[in-house]
Design a protein around this ligand. Sequence first.
Ligand code: AMP
Ligand code: MG
Length: 336
Amino acid sequence: MITTIFLCLMFTSCGKKKKSDSFEAMSTYCSVQIYGGSTKNISQAKAKIFEIENLVSTTKTDSEIFRINSNPEAKNKVNELTYRLVDYSKRMAYETEGALNPALYPVTSAWGFTTQKYTVPSQEKIDELKNCIDFTKIQLTETASDSGKDYFIQLDKNMKLDLGAVGKGFAGDEVLKLLSQKGIKSALIDFGGNVQALGTKPDGSAWRVGIRSSWSDSPVAVLEIKNQAVITSGGSERFFEADDGKRYIHIFDADTCRPVENNIASLTIVCDSGAYGDSLSTAMFVMGTEKAIKYQQARKDFEMIIITEDREIFYTAGLENKIRLLEQFSETQIIR
Ligand code: AMP
Ligand code: MG
C-alpha cells in the first residue's frame, strides 16, 4: 500500500506534552496529534472530522451528499461546509480542465468502487455514463437569509457527486484551522497517508514525513515540512483485478470513464493547503507525468513527487533541500 507515514514524532521539547488519538473516519485510518492544548482539543478535532464525514459521505444515507445524489434535480439546501467543499471542487475541476471531476459518482459506482462489488461495465454502459458527469452543471446558489446565508446545490438528472478526491484534504484544513483558533501551534494529522502539519515540531524543527512506494513497506524517501500538507494519490491504495487479468485502480479519467492506466505508482503534492493538495494529487495523477509537470511548471505554487512503476522518481526543484532518498531508484530527476 502506498502511504505517507510520519517519523520521529515520539519526543517533544519545550515541555509541550503530546496528546493524540487515532480512529477510523472517512473510510480510512486517521490520527491526530497535538502539542500543547488539552485532550478536549483532540475531541474537538475528531468531532470536526465526523461532522464533515456525516455531511459529505456518499454511503451514509443521512448525509447531505446522499440526499443530493438521491434527488439531484431538487434545489437541495446544504450546510456551509458541504457548499464550500463542492464549490472548491468545481473550481478545481475548471482549473484542471476536468482532470478532477467531483461529479464522477456514476462512474465510480458503475465500476463497483462505492460498494466493493467490482465489475467492468460494458462499453454501452460506459458511453451512457459520459452523459452524466458534466461538472459544469453543478449549480451552487447562495442567498441571504435571516440567519445569514442559505446554501443550495442542484444537479441535473442522473448526476451524482463523489467528493472522495478532495474531502480528506478539505477536512484536514478545517481541523487545523480549528486547532489554530484554539491556540495550538503544533499539530499533525494523518488521514490514511495524507499528512497535514500545523506549524513546526514544538522545538521549532521541521516535521519528517516518510514517502512509501508500492513495492516496499518502508519509506523510500523522507521529506522535511513545516506548516504544509503532503498528499499522495496512488493506484495501489484501492484497486481490483478483473477476469481479464487486468488491474483497475480507483482513480478515473473522466474522458474515457475508465480507471487511469499510466506508469505512475504514486504522486505526492506538497503545498500549503490540504484541499489544494488533495485536488491536485488526483488531478495530476489523471494527467500523467508529462502533463502534470507542465501544469506544475506553469503554476509553481505546489511541489510534486512522482514515483513510477519502473522505480523512477521525479521531484520538483523546490524540494531539493527537503527530500532525502532512502533507496536506489532506476532514475532520479529534479524538475526545474
Ligand atoms: P485520491 O485518493 O485523493 O486520489 O481520491 C481518489 C478518489 O476520488 C476515488 O476513490 C474516487 O472516489 C474519486 N475519484 C476518482 N477519480 C477521480 C477524478 N478524476 N476526479 C475526482 N474524483 C475522482
Ligand atoms: Mg486527492
